[in-house]
Design a protein around this ligand. Structure first.
Ligand code: AHQ
Length: 241
């Protein structure tokens, strides 16, 4: 990345640099996800993943509300608003957070132990809290850019859904609704987020911050799985089951 550029990258170069920031380091390549998608995870490891990822899921609307609170552009807030209700729902029993709680129940976790964060690992908590803090403190177009990681693996959910159905039949199908909902929603979200990023990261500094934001986001997703892999490796220290 050349320094001291007088003018912003053109759209093609900016997109290429955004993609380059994440293609090699997105968490679809993490050994924990590779083990998940090849049926190698134990019940304890899957329960650990579900309970810890819930902490990420419940903080997504908090992160998105932070972006909204920093954004002075009405047209952008209108486009971003659905991300909150996608997760919070508009009434009891709806939304992505509720769907993830049903996934937890399908694995045998209780709603209580999923909600009360007793299983949240220090590395997961720090990574997720760093993401929320990032959204609160960075320019809103840069925080929008950090959400684009789902661009890097458009088939992530399809692969995961197929792996759960094939290798983990002890998890009933009704628990997988969240993954099914993300099959289309993730693609729509990342396409819209990319349009906003290209439009509003329109200076040299904002473009370079957007690229760094994607690297930061890939690192935090990777760190979450590192923590889970260490905590739930096979052996007596597993805390589930
Ligand atoms: O379920 C996920 C989700 O709703 C989002 C929103 C988006 C963001 O705003 O950062 N990213 C994201 C992600 C979700 N699921 C992850 C997965 O692997 O299940 C992927 C994750 C992401 O790439 O950040």
């Amino acid at each position: 990345m050349e320094h001291g550029r007088a003018t912003p990258w053109n759209k093609e170069t900016f997109l290429a640099n955004l993609r380059a920031a994440g293609m090699t380091r997105y968490h679809d390549k993490h050994p924990f996800h590779r083990q998940m998608n090849t049926g190698q995870l134990t019940e304890e490891q899957l329960c650990g993943w579900v309970a810890n990822r819930f902490y990420y899921q419940r903080n997504i609307p908090v992160k998105d509300a932070a972006i909204l609170s920093n954004c002075p552009v009405r047209e952008v807030r209108r486009l971003w608003l659905h991300r909150i209700t996608d997760h919070d729902g508009v009434r009891d029993g709806e939304g992505g957070i509720e769907a993830w709680l049903r996934l937890a129940e399908a694995t045998g976790l209780t709603r209580e132990e999923t909600l009360d964060q007793r299983h949240v690992l220090p590395g997961v908590r720090f990574a997720v809290d760093a993401y929320v803090s990032f959204a609160r403190t960075k320019p809103w177009p840069v925080a929008v850019a950090s959400s684009l990681t789902e661009l890097f693996a458009p088939d992530l959910m399809r692969e995961r859904l197929a792996a759960f159905e094939k290798y983990y039949p002890w998890i009933p199908s009704w628990g997988l609704e969240y993954f099914r909902s993300r099959l289309t929603q993730a693609r729509m979200d990342s396409e819209r987020g990319l349009e906003l990023t290209v439009t509003y990261c329109n200076t040299q500094d904002l473009q370079e911050e957007a690229v760094r934001a994607l690297s930061f986001k890939c690192d935090l997703l990777w760190a979450m799985l590192d923590a889970m892999m260490l905590a739930y490796r096979h052996g007596p220290q597993a805390e589930f089951g």
